[in-house]
Write a protein that binds this ligand. Sequence first.
Ligand code: MN
Length: 255
Amino acid sequence: MRILVTNDDGIHAPGIAALERIARRLSDDVWVVAPSDEQSGAGHSLTLTQPVRVREVSPRHFAVRFTPTDAVMIALGLILKDHAPDLILSGVNRGPNLGEDVTYSGTVSAAMEGTLAGVRSVALSQSTEERAVGEDAFVAAEQWGPRVLSGLLRADWPAGVLYNVNFPRPERGAIQGIKVTEQGFRDYGRVQLESRTDLRGFEYHWFGLGRETAEPGHETDLKAMREGYVSVTPLHLDMTHHASLGPLRAALAGV
Ligand code: MN
């Protein structure tokens, strides 16, 4: 089984080293193609206005400028074009991807890109402290990742579906097990923005992540993290809200 490993934290991030070790527990045929620099928050962005460059860092390890989607496209269209991967693993992200995080996440978007190309894809994220972390922060992912992935490889894998896996922080207590969950809703509320002035007197701005939590709700990814379970959410690339189709047709009929 050929596995492509990618991420959004960049090819030198500690989480991708952890994911490569997880992948090697499943196969010897592991390739790493990932952004050269951190791309957290890049979402499903595709670079169309600048040349995309690739650098071979070491055998089977390639750094791509710029985004996670660029990296997956370069992997599938160039580096592995004669022998496509059977599985794409994206992560392990530093920090969870829960609720509406999935719409910003480069980690999840790399798995979306793989899914669009018809390759079974999984996004993996590790809940961590809000700071730079080392490889020891990914111990829970390394312990539980191979088990979760072997289960997913046995599971039904419908077209257009990817799996979003989140690992809780192990220091909050023993991990309780694995829960299949729904995407929750964080309710970020107001934009968190900090404005500063640079040394030349010009104003600039940083976005923050308000880590609020609304009610985690019934079997959501947020609730699983809070209760110490590994969360596995099936996500679907068809974003149509089917319940709205009928009422919307009625509202627009005869306009
Ligand atoms: Mn990230």
